[in-house]
Every structure is written in structure tokens, then in C-alpha cells.
Design a protein. Structure first.
Length: 318
């Protein structure tokens, strides 16, 4: 017994005529007659009374029809749902982001556009620092993420073995949204806030607020290296877990921090970020996902983010 036997039965029962059922099904009348005869033979009971100008259901056929109508309606809905999910119109999508990502307008625009275009896809935004997102991707906790990495970030080195998924680093496919320089974030009323650029030497004696373990800004490593090259040791007075906390503490005068610079990042008005002089260190703002683990909904998000990034790049080049 095949699904078409059941569809032919329902059509013939509702039309009460094999010919009209054949037209409805876009097949020949003999095809309908043969399949329904096969169905009756398999069930071992007649389902139709053959009349001169049509057919009429037997008692067995009357018992079968309503149950098959429900079953076929459920099947049709299941097929339609599978099609919607396969086209990325339904389903779910989990995206990782860090607090620095919240400062970039592309993130906000992409999320809003996705929700408006694909309202039946459940979009979950998972807050996680860039350093934690590769593990979350490998474990399937998120499907993609907005991440910030320095030039030596290992996650940007494409690996050759899928065994890396079991390690701290995931094998990623990704594209760069923006390349950023490096600046120093100070309170808006700080004497350095009025400068167009700042040399590292000018930061001697300042107190640093850091995010330990951050792959975007290696916290102890990067400030320490740059400060040593400038001839002084950094005074690290506060460790925080997020860039948001870092910026809040800077705004109340607790210290300063190294931050990415880029025209698209919108920092709070209470903080000024001034480019550093003669520092070639750069960071990358990327959108990444595990290679080979794409879904239709993720494809839609990738298209949106990529289109917005390309538009930003064209605007910057103009």
C-alpha cells in the first residue's frame, strides 16, 4: 500500500465518481480504477459500490474516509512544514554575541531585518564573549556568532581536521565585517579625551581596566607588551568580565582601557576612544559558523549580514 492509494481513495469518495477523481488528481480514469481495486484487494473488503453514473461508499468505505481525511490533512501540513523549514521560513536560530558587538550598528540592523523578514523563525541571541564562542559553536549551543579577534587569534586560522571541534577551537567558516585599529578608552572629561591621537608613552601612570582571557583584547598580554615597548609597566587596577562593565567603570573614572577603533562603533557619550599613535595592532569583527553546519535559517542570516557588511564597505570606499 502506498500513499497514492489513500489519496485516490479520498478523492474518489469525495467526488463519488472515478472520472472526476481522475481529473482532480491529474491522472487517467483507468489508473484510479486499478489502484482502488488494488486497495480493496489488499484490505480484503469492497470500499465502493460501482453504480451506473458514479460510485458510493460501502459501510467499510464510510468508516475509512473520515480517518483518512484527517491523516492526509496531517500529512499535508507535515509536508508543508518541512518545506517551510527547508526554505528557512520556519525553525530556530541561535546567534552568539559579545558586549562589544552591541556597540556596532550592523548587529542591530541585521537582527531587526532578520526578524522582520523571517518572523516565524525563532531567533535566540546568546550573550558570550568571543573567546567562549568557538566552544559554544562546537557544542552546538549556538549556530553562528559575532566575534572580535586580534591578528593572532587562533580561531581565525582555518584548521584541516574536524577533530578540532572537540578542542577549545572550532573549525570556522567566516567573513570579516570590519577591520579596526586600536585606541584608548578614557572618561569623556579626561585630559586625553580632547586629543586627536595618543602615544602609548602618554599612558604612563594611568590605571588600566582589563577583561582577562578576552581574545579580542588579550587583557594582560596586549597592554603589557605595548606599555613595555613604551618604557613603562601598566598598572592594572580592575578585572571585569565584559566590555560593558569595562566601559561603565571607565565612565566613572576608575581607569582606562585599550579598545578597537572604527567609525561604525558607537561608544557611550561618557567615554572617548582616541586612536593610538604608531601602533599597528588591528582587530577583526567577524561573523562565523562551524564549517559544514549550515541551515536554511542560518543561510538567510549570513546573506543579511554579508549584504550589510558589503554595503558598509562600499560606503567606506566611496
Amino acid at each position: 500500500m502506498e500513499l497514492r492509494h489513500l489519496r485516490y481513495f479520498v478523492a474518489a469518495a469525495e467526488e463519488e465518481h472515478f472520472g472526476r477523481a481522475a481529473e482532480r488528481l491529474h491522472v487517467t480514469r483507468p489508473a484510479v480504477s486499478k489502484l482502488l481495486a488494488d486497495l480493496e484487494s489488499e484490505l480484503g473488503t469492497p470500499l465502493f459500490e460501482r453504480l451506473a453514473h458514479g460510485v458510493k461508499l460501502t459501510e467499510a468505505g464510510q468508516a475509512l474516509l473520515p480517518m483518512l481525511q484527517v491523516a492526509i490533512a496531517d500529512l499535508n501540513e507535515a509536508f508543508a512544514e518541512a518545506k517551510r523549514v527547508g526554505q528557512g521560513q520556519r525553525g530556530s536560530l541561535s546567534i552568539g554575541y559579545g558586549s562589544l558587538t552591541l556597540l556596532h550598528p550592523l548587529f542591530r540592523i541585521a537582527v531587526k531585518q532578520f526578524r522582520q523578514t523571517y518572523p516565524e523563525v525563532t531567533l535566540s541571541l546568546i550573550e558570550a564573549p568571543s573567546s567562549a564562542q568557538p566552544k559554544a559553536l562546537a557544542a552546538g549551543k549556538i549556530q553562528a556568532g559575532f566575534m572580535h579577534f586580534g591578528p593572532r587569534a587562533a580561531v581565525l586560522r582555518r584548521q584541516r581536521s574536524t577533530a578540532d571541534l572537540a578542542q577549545d577551537e572550532a573549525m570556522l567558516d567566516w567573513f570579516r565585517i570590519q577591520t579596526c585599529g586600536l585606541g584608548v578608552a578614557v572618561p569623556s572629561d579626561h585630559p586625553l579625551a580632547r586629543r586627536q591621537s595618543v602615544a602609548m608613552e602618554a599612558l604612563a601612570g594611568e590605571q588600566f581596566i582589563v577583561v582577562p582571557g578576552s581574545s579580542r583584547s588579550p587583557a594582560f598580554g596586549l597592554p603589557h607588551d605595548l606599555c613595555q615597548k613604551a618604557g613603562f609597566e601598566p598598572q592594572i587596577v580592575q578585572e571585569v568580565s565584559t566590555v560593558t562593565s569595562q566601559l561603565n567603570l571607565i565612565s566613572v573614572g576608575m581607569g582606562i582601557a585599550l579598545m578597537p577603533t572604527g567609525r561604525d562603533f558607537v561608544y557611550p557619550a561618557s567615554v572617548s576612544v582616541i586612536p593610538l599613535e604608531n601602533v599597528t595592532y588591528s582587530t577583526s569583527f567577524i561573523f562565523g559558523w562551524v564549517k559544514g553546519r549550515r541551515s536554511p535559517a542560518l543561510d538567510h542570516m549570513i546573506d543579511i549580514v554579508q549584504t550589510l557588511a558589503q554595503k558598509r564597505q562600499r560606503s567606506e570606499a566611496a
